[in-house]
Design a binder for this molecule. Structure first.
Ligand SMILES: *Cc1c(COP(=O)(O)O)cnc(C)c1O
Length: 463
């Protein structure tokens, strides 16, 4: 008669009596622990049934410890802070732009109670939730009106639906962009109910191409900033001024999707190709679209600024309600925009701009201080300061890079990929970039206050 291993599996109550799980009942909750123990035991039973003969069932204490570990790691949020040492400033996977302290405070203030989201404090009457940020957006971009929605994809969808639904939108073939996995302009266009009218070729689109396409059916002319690619060589693209002149001549709005939406001139940082909403609007664009969490450095949102008659059509469209932003976003955006009233202040207080404008001298000093401490860690064979280039990423300025300093790590044993994984899954969740069989920690995207955490993270690997 063979011994049935299923009989050796302890009961739920037996496990709950073990110290490691008993402790957790107080910390987590009785229900959570019991349901986790049950599902662990179910899995174990089916494992045992599949490989009956040779499997040793762990003791009750071993099992309790294992389940306790599992519960603890399951309690940690999946969405949690990480250290971005990739050198990609606008990393969509890592949440794009970090928020300014001012933005956090303003969001916190309206988050924990009621707020004047849609009431006018003077009159007590109902008001538009966008009004608080609209005034600042008008001031900073010199548009006539502004509207904020969930993201730039949403702003594009709403604008096309409201201004050109059922009509044609004329776009250059060189502007049919894909930004990261799920944003493709032709798909957004289709969803909006507007019809795409492609003109020109990938590398050349002249004003005459647009002129031939406009007619009765035209709802808008759309220009899109190619945020994550450049077309070089034998190229030509009708200028914004030419499109605006054509738009006025045939009386259709010109929509300019500038992508990143820098609100201050970034040329001093060496980033010279970023279009600014203000320039577009002053040139006469009717609606300018951009993201809130790219170069603006605010919360995720999409901003439409432009002529009042067009922005009002966006506001009245049914999609406006579906795409509207909440009070937290509005509060964070308002506080971020306020910083831009003084460009020097924005450069210092908007985290993204602070990182981008950190001097090389600062990065070099920190790298030289960190390298020997990292090399002293048991898991690290060598840590060398190297010169390299960081980039904005996140669909921005592929051709424009920022000088940076990195610490190049080689592991004592195991591969560089294993080192990278251990750091990602470790205490501080550090993300670096692998280059020539070394793991680079790029200080361009690491906040100085995180330097100590970098050391801790690498030290923890050795234990
Ligand atoms: C990033 C980008 C988008 C999409 O913006 P989201 O805010 O991510 O929705 C659209 N158009 C351009 C040109 C972009 O660069």
């Amino acid at each position: 008669m063979t011994n049935n291993p299923l009989r050796n599996i302890p009961s739920v109550n037996e496990l709950l009596d073990k110290p490691s799980l008993k402790q957790l009942v107080d910390k987590v909750s009785h229900n959570v622990v019991v349901s986790e123990v049950r599902s662990f035991l179910d899995n174990l039973r089916s494992d045992v049934q599949q490989k009956t003969s040779e499997m040793r069932v762990p003791t009750a204490s071993e099992l309790a410890d294992k389940i306790a570990q599992w519960i603890v790691s399951d309690q940690r949020p999946r969405l949690r802070p990480v250290i971005n040492a990739t050198g990609v400033l606008l990393h969509t996977g890592l949440g794009r732009s970090p928020l300014a302290e001012e933005a956090l405070q303003e969001a916190l203030a309206v988050a924990s109670g009621y707020s004047s989201l849609e009431v006018d404090l003077e009159s007590g009457e109902r008001s538009q939730r966008n009004q608080s940020v609209e005034r600042l957006l008008i001031e900073l971009t010199s548009g006539e009106a502004a509207f904020v929605v969930n993201n730039n994809a949403g702003a594009t969808l709403l604008t096309l639906a409201a201004l050109a639904g059922g009509k044609e939108v004329v776009v250059s073939r060189g502007h049919l962009v894909e930004i990261g996995g799920s944003y493709r302009l032709p798909d957004v266009m289709e969803a909006s109910g507007a019809r795409l009218r492609e003109v020109g070729t990938t590398n050349k689109t002249r004003l005459s191409d647009y002129e031939r396409a406009v007619g009765e059916m035209t709802g808008a002319l759309l220009r899109v900033h190619p945020s994550n690619y450049v077309i070089r060589g034998f190229t030509e693209q009708a200028s914004l001024a030419e499109l605006i002149e054509l738009g006025q001549r045939v009386d259709v709005p010109v929509i300019d999707d500038i992508g990143s939406g820098a609100l201050t001139d970034l040329a001093p940082l060496g980033l010279t190709d970023e279009p600014m909403a203000r320039d577009s609007l002053r040139a006469g664009a009717d609606v300018v679209l951009f993201s809130g969490d790219k170069l603006l450095g605010g919360p995720q949102c999409g901003i439409a600024v432009g002529k009042r008659k067009y922005i009002e059509r966006l506001m009245k469209h049914p999609l406006a309600r579906a795409l509207r932003v909440d009070k937290l976003t509005l509060a964070a955006l308002h506080a971020t925009l306020k910083l831009y009233r003084d460009p020097a202040q924005a450069m210092a207080r908007v985290p993204l701009l602070a990182l981008a404008s950190t001097s090389l001298e600062n990065l070099t000093n920190r790298a030289q201080r960190l390298a020997p401490q990292l090399e002293a860690c048991a898991a690290i064979a060598s840590a060398e300061v190297i010169e390299d280039t960081a980039c904005l990423g996140g669909g921005s300025v592929p051709t424009q890079e920022l000088p940076t300093r990195c610490i190049a790590l080689r592991p004592v044993d195991g591969s560089v990929n294993q080192l990278a994984q251990a750091l990602r899954t470790g205490q501080h969740a550090v993300f670096g970039r692998i280059q020539q069989d070394r793991l680079l920690l790029d200080l361009r995207t690491v906040f100085p206050k995180q330097d100590a955490e970098l050391i801790e993270a690498v030290q923890a690997l050795s234990r």
